[in-house]
Design a binder for this molecule. Structure first.
Ligand code: GLU
Length: 434
């Protein structure tokens, strides 16, 4: 792998593994596609970043300042787009890396949107509802000058959900004096959300798995049959993993293992996912679910399965554990769950990877639909949303396969090339200001 022109411009960006891995993967794609080095130079750093202090009064009366970020990586194709993460490990570099992934994701799936991401360094499980609301509102107010329906449109990510988006929408609207629902997506239906948005990421993950299984069959490779003989492990039982597990269960395919932050559960004959959902609803964890064996998160990753879905967080499959991973297909439900080193080893071994910017793009695709519906004040039925989602995912999947065939590279590189290619053309057309 040759170096792209220059070195990383600043220590500011490069401190997180996620950022460094994203740049390494970009370098690989840039080299394979022979990307104009001037474009590569611009893509490896974000356009703009805002760091804010978010002071709130805690329930005990004391005041605490949290650190918040909003990073806009590239806005050539349209307004910035990307989630807001509440997590204790969030930092500027990680948010910048995630914003970069959003740029390539939106470009790959053909949206008129750029890439952005936000976050607050906080453990959301330690906040009361009142504190979470205060934090979300103050954060929105602090980043108010760079977000907006035409500028940058946040959405949920790890640790945030539709309720947070409702508070963001309300805060932004209060400051402007009227309701502006287009400032965020992933909102509750009552205030301009889209049907199908909550399930869209997990649903999209399953669509790409079905495409992958069909593709492997077409090219004569042994792939999963997607029936009751097929085994699946899902790492993460959050907004993505839980929906993916349910959709897979509904396809009559066997989910043998699943986990959340507290630990995992395993059943050789397949878990009854609706029953696990009920247990989770009562206990706020799947740990202790009686009809299965307890396993750790690390053990879950090492189970031999047809399909592994890392849908929790980045950096879970690394050079340390990659030799023990035994799956035919790995569907990156989370952003960046496989480090670039581990990715190389898996691709050499012939594991079929469904890259994150393709695999989990369902969320931002339906976010785009939500934004469009809001702008037109005309809302679609859930089957219309799902039908359009399936179409966009199918053509993005095919685009990545075609790119892979053309460049004879891995799926990860192919997805990036397909994303970068559209952006590259747009950036060259727009030129450099001034
Ligand atoms: N946070 C999600 C992602 O990483 C969704 C972003 C959005 O809908 O804007 O793709």
């Amino acid at each position: 792998m040759t170096q792209m022109k220059g070195t990383l411009s600043s220590h500011l960006w490069e401190s997180s593994d996620l950022y460094r891995n994203s740049v390494l993967q970009l370098q690989e794609a840039a080299e394979t596609m022979k990307l104009d080095p001037n474009i590569a130079e611009r893509l490896k750093v974000p356009k703009r970043a805002l760091i804010v202090s978010v002071p709130i009064r805690l329930d005990d009366g004391s005041i605490r300042c949290f650190e918040g970020y909003r990073v806009q990586h590239n806005m050539t194709l349209g307004p910035g787009k990307g989630g807001v993460r509440f997590h204790p490990e969030v930092n500027l570099s990680e948010v910048a890396g995630l914003a970069m992934l959003m740029t390539f994701k939106c470009s790959l799936v053909g949206l008129p949107l750029g890439g952005a991401k936000g976050g607050i360094r906080v453990d959301p499980t330690q906040l009361s509802r009142h504190e979470a609301q205060a934090l979300t509102r103050r954060y929105t107010s602090e980043i108010n000058m760079i977000i907006g329906p035409d500028k940058d449109i946040p959405a949920p990510d790890i640790g945030t959900d539709a309720q947070h988006m409702a508070w963001m929408m309300d805060t932004y609207s209060q400051e402007k004096g009227f309701a502006i629902s287009g400032v965020v997506t992933g909102k509750p239906i009552e205030i301009g959300g889209s049907l199908g948005r909550a399930e869209s990421t997990g649903r999209g993950v399953v669509y790409t798995i079905q495409h992958a299984a069909r593709h492997l069959k077409e090219v004569g490779k042994s792939g999963p049959k997607m029936d009751s003989t097929t085994t699946v492990s899902v790492h993460g039982f959050g907004k993505v993993g839980a929906v993916a597990a349910r959709e897979i269960y509904d396809l009559n395919t066997k989910v043998v293992a699943i986990s959340d932050v507290q630990g995992g559960i395993y059943s050789k004959n397949g878990l009854n996912i609706p029953d696990v959902e009920n247990y989770f609803a009562k206990n706020r964890t799947i740990k202790g679910y009686p009809e299965a064996d307890a396993i750790t998160n690390e053990e879950l990753l090492r189970i031999k399965v047809d399909i592994l879905i890392p849908a929790a967080i980045d950096g879970v499959i690394t050079s340390q554990n990659v030799s023990q991973i035994d799956a035919k297909i790995i569907a990156e439900g989370a952003n960046g769950p496989i480090t670039s080193r581990a990715m190389m080893e898996l691709e050499e071994r012939g594991t079929f990877i469904i890259p994150d910017i393709l695999c989990n793009a369902g969320g931002v695709i339906v976010s785009y639909f939500e934004w469009v519906q809001g702008l037109q004040n005309f809302f679609w039925s859930e089957s219309e949303v799902n039908g359009k989602l399936a179409e966009v995912m199918a053509s993005a999947f095919q685009k990545v396969i075609d790119t892979q065939t053309r460049f004879k590279c891995g799926m990860k590189t192919a997805a990036l090339i397909a994303g970068v290619d559209r952006l590259n053309r747009a950036m060259l057309l727009r030129g450099l200001f001034p």
